[in-house]
Every structure is written in structure tokens, then in C-alpha cells.
Design a protein. Structure first.
Length: 416
């Protein structure tokens, strides 16, 4: 995150490209460039925006606002400017947060051509009257492109798990470098494993990125069994899961059980057509089983979209906790299965197989008897491990391990 933080990211341009290059040093990425002007459903890929320098000099020539100091200082997609103007005229192009005079706001103008700078309200109040010089050395190139990247980790099956996050925000840590970095770390953890499903990790600019990916991959969306948008992963708030539009998709149930099993404060929310990239994945024409995993959701922490969302706001322990939950969800998706008991008439004798306490009456148990009994009872081919975890209230991992022990003792066979 430290390495990625200073880059001037936007919907398009070298900031996103540079970000994906750095991720590409850690994971094999397929980078796609989509030409500006490409029509994507009701939208159009915007011109490519790049900026070399942007600053404001006061009447004495001193640079009072400079993009080189923070990528937040220039409104994203500002058109090029080279002008001199009095402070009163300049002020129409300055954004501040009067209620937080020490914070620089984050502003964009993707679809309306204009220019503006963002600065601390305290700095604005200190500006002397006089004539200012303004330079925005930027390009909006209709012949450019928009960049996104995928990492595909093949599994035993072609069915896919889609993991997605947005890369269009500049120097903002929780929203959403935390998601960018978390997805890369998750990818590295999965890259070393034998996988059941194929995992597709997607880093793309918000909204237009997922839409363009959906548009380019529409014929193969049927392969997606589950998905997660992962974002805002490093703040101190509790883990929040927002259900897919389907509400009870496999991933929704897996995430709810994982958060329940974590024992930590958390929230599971119903679907709402508001938030991040899940709005595109869960639009009715796709209705993909894609949920959203965050800590405090985007737009709900007061530091968001300002310079207060910096590298001190996110903490390693929170990022690690979010990563743990992601890995737990992946574990459910990888191991959930249905089983058939090979001894369904009456309970099998666990004692003679070493699966039951040897001495009656003792409460000390060498194995997780309750989990064994739940799995044996629901191993009728119609209940998955996730069904058992929901119905029994036992942790998913206990039931998964019990099923493993019963399989090893030829008391179960895997059905699906
Ligand atoms: Zn945001």
C-alpha cells in the first residue's frame, strides 16, 4: 500500500497502469486495454486522462497548491488549463472541507468537462488577494484506453469464483488501496494451493471497469458460481457483508456462516442497489451471485474521500483480519460438499473405530463427537456441509473436519 499510495490513479491513465504493473510483479496478470469511445451498454469508455503537473502559484510566485504534494490536490479528469486570474475567479475552482479544515477533499468530474483543485480549508483562508497562476498540464485523449487486469488461478473445475475490487481512487488508503492490496495478497495465498474452483481476480476502475469486463465476457458469465467485491478492508470498523441481489446465494450463506463462526462483532446486510461495483454485477440483466465484503462500507466512514483516509487510518491487524475472513469464505467454497452415510440405519458404532470416547460418562472427548453425529445424521445426499453448519449452529470447520474423519473411516462417501 505504501508503494501504491502516491500514484495518481483515476478511471484511466498511467496511474492505474502503474498500479497494475506493481501488482503484476507479485502475481501473473492479464492486462486488458479497452479503447476510449467504446460503447459499453448505456456507457462509453471515457478518454484517457493523464496529468504531468498541476499547481497554483500565488501573486509572489510561491506554489500554494501542487499535485506533486498529493494526488488529491487536482480534481480527477480536470481539463488542461494555463491561465492567470484573480483570487475571486480562482475560488470558483477550489474545493475544501470547511468542517474539516485540515483535510484535502477528493473530487472527480469524469463526465463533465471542467477543472478544479482541492485543498485544505485552512490553506484557502490564508491565500492573499492578487493574481494567481494556474497550470494543469493534463491530456484527455480520445485515442487512449482504459486499463483493467485479471489474475486467473486455474482449479480442478472450470466453474469460477470471481473476486473484484476498484483501482480508480488516487491517494486514499481504505477506499480503496486496502482492497487493491488485499486482493493481491489473497491471490498470492491462493496461487500456492491446489484449488477446486478456478479463481478470477479482477482489478478495474469503479463501475465502468466491471461493466466493461461484463460486456466483454457476457457469454461466459454462467461459469461464475460465486463472487465477492472486496473493498475498504483496513479500517477499525467491524467486518460487514452485504448480500448479493439473490440474498441467499451460496456465497451469501458461506459469508454469513464464516462471520458467525469468527465470534467477532460483524454485520450481515441485505442487498441494496447502492454501494460499489456489486451494483453492476448484481444488475438484473446479470444477477450474479456476488456479495460485498468490507469493514466499514465505502461512504460510511467520515475519513472517506479525503486526505484523512491515509496510511495511518488503515492498520495491519485490520487488514489481516479481513484477509482471514476472505480465506475462511474461500475455504467454505472450496470444501462445501454433500455426503451419503454408508451406515444410515441407526448410528454406526464410533467407539470401535476410535471415533468415540472409550469410557462412558466422561465429558472429555478425543474427537468432536457432536460434529460427527451431525454430519452422520445429515449425510443423506441432500444436505451440504454448509446446510449442516446453518442447521446445527456448529462452526463450519468442525463439521468439515468431522466429515474428513468419517470419510477416512469409510463411514461416508462424497456425493456432490
Ligand atoms: Zn470511493
Amino acid at each position: 500500500m505504501r508503494e501504491l499510495f502516491p500514484l495518481c490513479r483515476s478511471l484511466t491513465g498511467d496511474g492505474v497502469r502503474g498500479t497494475l504493473e506493481i501488482i503484476g510483479q507479485r502475481l501473473p496478470l492479464q492486462v486488458t486495454e479497452v479503447p476510449s469511445g467504446t460503447d459499453v451498454y448505456d456507457w462509453t469508455v471515457p478518454p484517457e486522462w493523464n496529468v504531468r503537473e498541476a499547481w497554483i502559484a500565488d501573486p509572489s510566485g510561491h506554489r500554494v497548491v501542487d499535485l506533486a504534494e498529493s494526488s488529491l490536490h487536482l480534481m480527477s479528469y480536470s481539463v488542461p488549463v494555463r491561465a492567470r486570474m484573480p483570487l475571486a475567479e480562482l475560488r470558483e475552482h477550489l474545493y475544501t472541507l470547511p468542517e474539516h479544515p485540515e483535510r484535502i477533499p477528493y473530487r472527480t468530474s469524469y463526465w463533465n468537462r471542467s477543472w478544479a483543485f482541492c485543498l485544505r480549508h485552512g490553506d484557502l483562508e490564508a491565500l492573499p488577494d492578487g493574481e494567481y497562476e494556474v497550470v494543469v498540464d493534463a491530456t484527455l485523449d480520445d485515442g487512449g484506453s482504459m486499463t483493467y487486469a485479471e489474475c486467473v488461478l486455474p482449479g480442478r473445475r472450470p466453474e469460477e469464483i470471481l473476486l473484484s475490487t476498484w483501482v480508480c481512487h488516487p491517494s486514499l488508503a481504505n477506499d480503496n488501496l486496502s482492497g487493491v492490496a488485499l486482493l493481491a495478497t489473497l491471490g498470492r495465498a491462493l496461487a500456492g494451493r491446489e484449488l477446486e474452483h478456478t479463481y478470477r481476480l479482477l482489478w478495474s476502475p469503479g463501475s465502468i471497469g466491471p461493466l466493461t469486463w461484463l460486456w466483454r465476457n457476457e457469454e461466459r458469465l454462467g461459469a461464475i458460481r460465486a463472487g465477492l467485491v472486496v473493498a475498504c478492508a483496513g479500517d477499525p470498523g467491524q467486518v460487514t457483508y452485504k448480500r448479493s441481489r439473490r440474498e441467499d446465494a451460496w456465497v451469501d450463506r458461506a459469508a454469513a456462516v464464516v462471520l458467525r463462526d469468527s465470534g467477532a462483532p460483524h454485520e450481515v446486510r441485505p442487498w441494496v442497489p447502492w454501494g460499489g461495483d456489486e451494483r453492476q454485477f448484481c444488475s438484473p440483466g446479470f444477477d450474479l451471485p456476488v456479495g460485498t465484503l468490507t469493514r466499514t462500507p465505502a461512504g460510511e466512514f467520515p475519513e472517506g474521500h479525503s486526505s484523512a483516509d491515509d496510511l495511518d487510518f488503515v492498520r495491519p491487524e485490520h487488514l489481516g483480519d479481513t484477509l482471514r475472513r476472505c480465506l475462511d469464505i474461500v475455504d467454505v467454497l472450496e470444501t462445501d460438499a454433500t455426503y451419503l452415510s454408508l451406515n444410515p440405519k441407526g448410528e454406526p458404532r464410533l467407539g470401535k473405530r476410535g471415533l468415540y470416547r472409550a469410557v462412558g460418562g466422561t465429558t472429555e472427548s478425543p474427537v468432536d463427537e457432536l460434529a460427527l453425529l451431525w454430519v452422520l445424521n445429515l449425510a443423506d445426499g441432500g444436505h451440504s456441509l454448509l446446510d449442516m453448519a446453518e442447521r446445527s449452529g456448529l462452526a463450519y470447520a468442525r463439521l468439515r473436519d468431522a466429515a474428513g474423519a468419517l470419510l477416512a473411516h469409510d463411514l461416508l462417501e462424497r456425493k456432490g
